[in-house]
Design a protein around this ligand. Structure first.
Ligand SMILES: [Zn+2]
Length: 379
């Protein structure tokens, strides 16, 4: 039995590693697919769900500020905490932009590193915007921002993904449950607990069961490949080559729905993506973070005047979209931003951004956000 133990240990180790992705920077991963269950987490490592039917949506914060004046790499309305900030704030007026390129996951403007290439606005779009006359450019900018707030688009694609991958998921579930059963049998040493006749029979059948599971594995990959051909991607992905390697390595082929979903979801603002895919709690947390980041930005050093101008316009435009999104999702911004309950009798001020409370009459929190008085609610 020990050789079986080794095979199973290697199988589950490869399965556990499969689907773990190291992202270039911290972002959100939302996993769902088991009924109404959802899990959202922030980090550089993105992990898939364990069940073959689970899907994964990755959300990035918008890394640029875009306005009729120009573009800046100072983000606003981030749902991540701590929010990602550029080491140096770079801003360009539209007339100054001559060339835009992409290298190693970054957008470069006029040869200088600008912002991460998250897909919120692409390099070809930026150069096209720069070449337009202002009268044509302004509505295009509004269109780009509007595109980030279409949770229904993402939700619809999730439904399409689930429907088109139903068959491979069923084969995946057979393989997954079969492997769990074999593992329980081997690791739990059920062979010695069963009557001898039954255990001999099972030992004889084990290779045939493995062969059956392998056939289910091949069927899952073939059906997933057919699904992938019909699920037109909207962002970069390597689904076909991943499927090919999954065909050769069965433990990597147990999450074919998540694999088919790579590159299939439109790039959204984090809050809109959360409204589409996340749980109620994750939506409220993302909505609060985005709104607080728009209204009470953390202090930054050395911001060029042009960047301040871009930032002011961009915050206004984003907040209008965000409040409309939250109203449509039935979330009250007043309730989100309501002052917290005092955590001690001495607390008299709080930071509206990080919600820390203070006992003294200082003016700012360590992030440079002006503090608000903490009103004591009488009961
Ligand atoms: Zn603060």
């Amino acid at each position: 039995m020990s050789e079986w133990m080794t095979v199973l240990a290697v199988f589950w180790a490869l399965w556990a590693l499969d689907g773990a992705r190291l992202r270039p920077r911290s972002g959100f991963t939302v996993v769902g697919g088991c009924g109404r269950w959802r899990r959202a987490f922030q980090g550089k490592i993105s992990l898939p769900g364990f069940w073959p039917g689970s899907w994964r949506v990755q959300l990035d914060d918008v890394p640029v500020a875009i306005s009729p004046v120009g573009v800046s790499n100072r983000p606003a309305g981030s749902i991540g905490r701590p929010d990602e900030r550029p080491a140096r704030i770079v801003a360009w007026r539209w007339a100054e932009i001559r060339e835009v390129g992409v290298a190693r996951g970054w957008i470069f403007i006029n040869g200088a590193r600008f912002c991460p290439d998250t897909g919120h606005v692409t390099a070809p779009e930026l150069i096209a915007l720069a070449r337009l006359a202002p009268a044509e450019r302004d509505p295009r900018i509004a269109g780009v921002i509007a595109r980030w707030f279409r949770p229904e688009h993402l939700r619809r694609r999730l439904r399409v993904l689930v429907a088109r991958t139903a068959v491979p998921v069923q084969f995946n579930a057979i393989v997954f449950l079969g492997m769990v059963g074999i593992t329980v049998y081997v690791v739990g040493d059920l062979a010695s607990r069963l009557p001898e006749r039954a255990s001999t029979l099972l030992a004889e059948w084990l290779p045939w069961m493995m062969l059956g599971l392998f056939a289910a594995h091949v069927a899952a990959v073939v059906f997933a490949w057919r699904a992938v051909r019909r699920l037109k991607p909207v962002t970069a992905q390597k689904r076909t080559s991943t499927l090919l390697s999954a065909l050769l390595l069965p433990p990597q082929a147990l999450r074919l729905r998540a694999l088919a979903g790579e590159g299939f979801f439109p790039v959204q603002h984090g809050a809109a993506g959360m409204v589409a895919a996340g749980s109620g709690r994750a939506v409220c947390a993302a909505a609060f973070n985005a709104l607080a980041d728009l209204r009470w930005p953390a202090r930054v050093e050395d911001e060029p005047a042009v960047a301040r101008e871009i930032d002011a316009w961009f915050r206004g435009a984003l907040e209008a979209r965000l409040t409309a999104l939250l109203a449509a999702a039935g979330i009250s911004t007043e309730a989100l931003l309501a002052p917290p309950e005092p955590d001690s009798p001495a607390s008299c001020r709080y930071c509206p951004r990080c919600r820390d409370q203070f006992n003294d009459e200082r003016g700012q929190c360590p992030n440079g956000v002006p503090l608000c008085p903490l009103a004591r609610v009488r009961r």
